[in-house]
Ligand binder design. Sequence first.
Ligand code: SF4
Length: 476
Amino acid sequence: MPPRASACPGLVRIVAARDGGICRIRLPGGALSAAQARAIAAASMRHASGVIELTNRANLQLRGVRDGHEAALSAALIRARLGPATAACSTASFAASSTASSASLPACPATAAGCADDVRNVMISPIAGRDPSALIDTAPLCADLLALLQGDARCAALSPKFALLVDGGERLARLDHPHDVWLAASAGEDGVRFVFGLAGCPGPSANVDEPRNANGTGALAAVAPSRVLALVRALLHTFVDLAAADATRMRDLLATHSADALLQHAQRYVDFPLARDATLGHWQRQNPADASLRLGAHAQRDGGLWHVGGQPPLGRLDAATLRRLAALAQRHGNGILHATPWQSVLLPDIPAQAVPAVLAELSALGLACDPAQPIAHVIACAGSSGCAKGLADTKADALRLAARLPDGVDVHLSGCMRSCAAAHCAPYTLLAVAPGRYDLHRRDGRPGFGQCVAPQLTIDEAAAFLARLARSNPDV
Ligand code: SF4
């Protein structure tokens, strides 16, 4: 099966936008060394606009890539070991495949290296292995799955959007993004097992009646941790075997094949029984997740060490800030930065005595470290300043809204229906309809953004409307 075409940015597929090319850097498990962060900062200044975005898949992307700089940018990032770990992935092969002009929509690079980059989509908690509530450390499993995705030639046929989630039971976990294959640790009498499902998300409920799980399977069965790799390989091969050329996601395959048929097909690839476990039909994750733990300082499971996190406004950094974050991780932590799927950054392994200094430095850099700060409750896509499809300048409007937002209200501003900034449905979405004008939608359990509760609002009107809602219903 040949690689599928895609409009998704990648390390070598620089996709055109209004403000220049976009280069996406996939980070294994969201982790980035200080040296890599400095290389990205330098490359963003030399070959792009210097704007660095954190994405909702815990990756980074550089905006404003200059025409003619694409190959040099990709090569610089590969030299910093930010590419896929395959034998085919030399700097030369990447540079050779990076021929796409940002003036046109490029197809998937037709090299093994380019395709291996595309499929590196495995989400884990940013504090995998460090969360006191976790049932298992998912970081080694994530590394094994990434090796599978990069090393198995058949995986090159997967779409760049095809993504896996491995949940170790951490309290800091993003569980509301639908994934093509999800696995969630669950404690049983015989130890930890991974419950899994297709085309949905594990919590707080894997109920297929929830809109985000629409067309998904819910929890199908459970396997021992030692069998996860073989299971995922079998499911990926099943997808590649059966998916039509235009089927890019597992939900597309489920539209033409039952979950039981897929498990039956996957059975040929494993040497253990694979069938639906009816007792898991109403399986629920046992402990609730808490996204606020991404901000501020929290004790890790290993005595005396803390993780400290902050939210850059609207998920954007500049090169100087990224350099200072790298220095901070080296001075006080383990030299590794973690991107989170909430578009924030987290520094692990900080000794208790260094926590105040790290918090002070993050605040000085303009990062929100307190979940009560309104800017931590607003997300926005690139909007009309960066994207030709944007009907309003969502970034600028989001900053104005944050200044007037009532406490604890989460709002997503989207320049069009595509919802690039949110893979989940936010409690409130302002959907642009014209410059400075938005329809306000409230999440109501239906697919999409939910019900439109007020049309054609200005940002001031939206802020006032949300404040009224918050006053009349404190649980808003
Ligand atoms: S949601 Fe629409 S306007 Fe916003 S970045 Fe995506 S395509 Fe562009």
